[in-house]
Ligand binder design. Sequence first.
Ligand SMILES: O=C(O)CCC(=O)C(=O)O
Ligand SMILES: [Mn+2]
Length: 241
Amino acid sequence: MPRIKRATPSDTQQEAAEKVSDSVSTVDLGNGSDVVYMPGFLSADDSWKYLDYLDQHIPWIRPTIRVFGRSCLQPRDTCYVADAGLQELVYSGYRPRAYSWDDYPPLKEILEAVHKALPGSKFNSLLLNRYKGGDDYVGWHADDEKLYGSAPTIASVSFGGEREFLLKRRPAKTSKEKRPEDEPASKRAKATSPGDRQSFLLKHGSLLVMRGHTQRDWLHSVPKRAKLDGVRINLTFRLVI
Ligand SMILES: O=C(O)CCC(=O)C(=O)O
Ligand SMILES: [Mn+2]
């Protein structure tokens, strides 16, 4: 006789908790921007396999970049994969070599899963980041390079150590007309209201999608995190138009 596993109250609570943690949430950032977060995008098992594969097989490098006119080592490892014939990516004075998807079949699998989760999407390039520990980070920036167009959708898949992903609204243009000296303090205070910042704890196997005008109106970062020694790999899928 087959053994029937009955749901006990604690099982039910556990399942409910899992459902909540696997649910999709959308945060409306206003003015036509939003962020979608899917913590359970890939299973934990598949995600550990991908982490292992990417850690070992991707030709990671830590390039020298230019920030505010000074050369420095990028505070994380990187690699770039893209369709042949696209306009080249250049960021912070660095022009990464574009590797082929064909050399990394698991990346094609993940791309396919992203396309399935986001009907209508069609990404053709991928920037990979490896954070070896809590000292590796990405500073405040927007992925607003011209080659992505004016309102790019960027899909970000994370593996390994959980890290905080922060978003902050770009400050309003501070021309005299926009923010006069005699503006009431109550109005000025609005410039740093709680709605101007968002944070997500990016889980192993999660997918986060930035849409609309997020790159025009917001900056994002993954700050240093003390006492973290697990590796984290992040993939950001983009469409070069
Ligand atoms: O590691 C992340 O979650 C973000 C990476 C990122 O913003 C980028 O590569 O442009
Ligand atoms: Mn970015």
